[in-house]
Design a protein around this ligand. Structure first.
Ligand code: SF4
Length: 264
């Protein structure tokens, strides 16, 4: 099969074809570069969400990626087709994240995405994002009410909502923007009743999609010792798993889907 393409040598499409060819032929040494890149530009975070290892001090020695490492990785960004620029930290805090965003400016074939808590969105960071080649920003919220957001994420809901709204408004003004804005909710016993309303919230604020996911199933020992106090709220990880309310969660998800269909 001819994988050497019509397109430019070294383009993401060419790179992917060379990777597939090497895989088909069982090559041990490949000349292609990674097709999918997942780069943790930082493990530092400005929040301490109750279900995150940051909340219990389990992220050891959080730090931003060294400039030296980021410089070495830059070369891989131009040939990848799928690029994720997040890990267990807040990318907007990280100099390496902004460096990578500039470096992918000319890679129009790649799907580039990042997860963010959106707390650090400002007019300046919003402009930088909208001027970049970023295709998806997944904003982790876990709630659509002030009380729930404060319990889980410990920040001011009004502040983060205004940041997201500003991003959505500016994206709408920039008619050629390809950026998609997702809102994420990690489902736990504490917040699952907000699932159907989360969709209304996303629509009202101008986001494109909602995404729901489970709590991570850490091992039993970790779960048992995972307890975070935030004001009157005590988050006990093992008690927040949704197994015992799974039917109700499914009902809420169905309701959310119906709401999404109605809202378009
Ligand atoms: S924003 Fe993300 S990385 Fe930061 S504490 Fe919350 S879940 Fe963890």
């Amino acid at each position: 099969m001819d994988y050497l393409i019509d397109g430019k040598l070294g383009s993401p499409a060419d790179n992917e074809k060379r990777a597939l060819l090497a895989w088909e032929q069982g090559e041990e040494f490949v000349t292609s570069k990674p097709v999918l890149l997942s780069i943790e530009s930082t493990s530092v975070c400005n929040l301490r969400c109750v279900m995150c290892p940051h909340a219990i001090g389990a992220v050891r020695r959080p730090k931003h990626m060294d400039k030296e490492v980021a410089d070495k990785l830059e070369g891989f960004l131009k040939s990848a087709k799928s690029i994720q620029l997040h890990g267990i930290g807040e990318p907007l805090l990280s100099p390496a994240f902004w460096q990578f965003l500039s470096a992918v400016q000319d890679n129009h074939e790649a799907h580039i995405e990042v997860n963010s808590n959106a707390v650090l969105l400002t007019d300046t960071t919003i402009s930088k994002i909208l001027d970049s080649n970023l295709k998806t920003i997944n904003i982790s919220l876990d709630a659509c009410t002030r009380e729930m957001y404060q319990k889980i994420r410990g920040e001011k809901f009004e502040k983060v909502s205004m940041n997201i709204k500003r991003l959505c408004d500016k994206r709408r003004e920039k008619v050629d923007s390809e950026l998609k804005i997702w809102l994420n909710m990690t489902i736990m016993k504490e917040n699952y009743k907000e699932i159907p309303y989360f969709v209304y919230f996303a629509k009202a604020i101008g986001a494109d999609h909602t995404h729901f996911n489970d709590l991570n199933a850490f091992n039993a020992h970790t779960l048992l010792n995972w307890k975070v106090e935030r004001g009157d709220f005590i988050f006990n990880y093992s008690e927040q798993m949704i197994d015992s309310v799974i039917d109700e969660v499914h009902e809420k998800l169905k309701e959310a889907k119906r709401n999404a269909e109605i809202l378009g």
